[in-house]
Design a protein around this ligand. Sequence first.
Ligand SMILES: [Zn+2]
Ligand SMILES: [Zn+2]
Length: 355
Amino acid sequence: MKAVVFQGAGEPLEIRDVDRPDCEANGVVVETEACGICRSDWHAWQGDWDWIGLIPTPGLIFGHEPVGRVVEVGADVERFSEGDLVTNPFNLSDGTCPYCREGRANICEKSVPMGFVPFQQGAFAEEYPVRNADQNLVTVPESVDPAAVAGLGCRFATAFHGVVHRVDVTPGDWVAVHGCGGVGLSAVHVASALGGNVIAIDVVPEKLELARELGAIETVDPEGVDDVPQAVKAHTEKSRGVDVSIDALGIAETVRNSIDSLGKGGQHLQIGMTTSAEGGEVSVPVDTMVTDEREFYGSYGMPPNEYDEIFKMMDGGKIDPGRIVTETCSLEDVPDVLDRLGEYDTMGIPVCTEF
Ligand SMILES: [Zn+2]
Ligand SMILES: [Zn+2]
């Protein structure tokens, strides 16, 4: 089968013929219908993230935002059969550790990140395996366009889980979203659907325009202001600051800007992971966070049991992840799209739909 194959950090990605995946007894093999192309793929390709232990090896197939149809089912799988339309979170879980048992499978003790390790290949290929299928697979309603929900496994899911389940966004709250890439626009869309007054921040005017279409009521372009947090606060009552502020980028400047945009008692949500410039560390204003009782939350993927909330909100017309998908391409185009992601030269969530 055809696949996009990693050859080494920063080396060109190769379209190659490889063996189709083996089906484990508790797993399935899925024929790929769509797979989101994510900044995380770019980070791994560049060899970033060795500080979290992710060191991709040559031969690896990226792709962790898949939707597809089951074509092979392991002997121990009970809940899924051939022909089912399915998706899965990018961080596959075991279903048995204490976190899985309390419904937090996204932070499973034995979680396996799909498409980042050689024993769980990704979906930039005609077929991909999913381990522990009964625990990790999610049925996608047949009414849903696969391209629209590619991205649920990572960017849209991380934004949804963070905005809905980690922080408290209630109608009328001010919510700042720093960085309007795929995950940031997802956060804008979800926070607006919950009734938040969203302020979107980005240096690209077209991304701010898309943020407005997805529900943002105010925007800030950092290139046009001296002080980003003050410009964000100026939109709120008596410039008190926002109730929830989200960093959807992960560079030192946006982490700080996000925390400094908060009012007293505000909640900062970190969604973006840092780049090699930060190496996982950013200094934050600890004393003000103490005296203002500001809170710091992380959001990492989404457990399988929260997908139905997204499908119900889609069915009710409250959210439409497909509106963030601005570009579709074929498997051969994946390396080029990843290149442009590295240059921040894409809009929304690009999705590979031809395999
Ligand atoms: Zn991703
Ligand atoms: Zn677990």
